[in-house]
Design a protein around this ligand. Structure first.
Ligand code: DLZ
Length: 203
């Protein structure tokens, strides 16, 4: 049965030449972990090499736009000894992860970013105060701003939930009437590959 919701059956895009950044929040860890697994599964399915995936975490969703911007900032900084990857590592303090990336080809250098797409993952659950609304609004606008002002697509992996149950359902862990739900991380992984491939074509 076809469904109206969701991006539809993913087309096959070859992600074997892409470099993907993932930044995830650590709040609501059970749901985050499942979404991260789904994202990585889709990236692997599309051929993205593990060595070309960099994963960073931040405490909460509010920190996501800044962390994504830091990944972008790496493209503005040129380091003669280590190149953009080394610069990214300096900014993020994780040289061991980033120096594994294979980003030094002239074609990639012309694109002026160490990543072809960045996926931001967070899980916001509504509480009793207005905290949720402020964070959701700030993060949504922050990620869009970073994306439009930067030079690589940002995939919006922020779930804004009324309760934990909704998150379990959207992470494919549990749902009503034995329906396990659908892991939205899969959609984000495929979206990153599609946008990463198209970005190369658009430049
Ligand atoms: C403070 C807070 C609250 C109440 N709820 C969440 C949440 O549901 N999901 C999430 O990712 N982060 C939450 N945070 C933490 C904020 O995003 C942020 O990390 C802190 O306010 C510190 O800046």
């Amino acid at each position: 049965m076809t469904t109206l919701k969701g991006p539809g059956k993913p087309k096959t895009y070859d992600g074997s030449g892409l470099r993907i950044g993932i930044v995830h929040a650590r709040w609501n860890a059970t749901i985050i972990d499942a979404l991260l697994d789904g994202t990585k599964k889709a990236l692997a399915d599309a051929g993205v090499q593990e060595k070309n995936i960099v994963i960073q975490s931040v405490p909460g969703s509010y920190e996501l736009p800044y962390a994504v911007k830091q990944l972008y900032s790496a493209s503005q900084v040129q380091s003669s000894s280590t190149g953009v990857v080394g610069a990214a590592a300096d900014l993020l303090g994780s040289a061991s992860d980033l120096t594994q990336l294979n980003v030094s080809t002239p074609k990639d250098a012309a694109l002026n970013s160490p990543f072809d797409a960045i996926i931001a993952i967070g899980v916001l659950i509504k509480g009793e105060t207005m905290h949720f609304e402020y964070i959701a609004d700030a993060v949504s606008h922050g990620l869009m701003r970073v994306q439009l002002e930067g030079n690589a697509p940002v995939i919006f992996g922020l779930l804004t939930l009324l309760d934990e149950q909704q998150g379990l359902h959207r992470a494919g862990i549990a749902g009503p009437e034995k329906n396990q739900g659908h892991n939205h991380g899969l959609d984000w992984g495929y979206a990153a590959v599609e946008l990463g491939v198209k970005r190369k074509g658009w430049v």
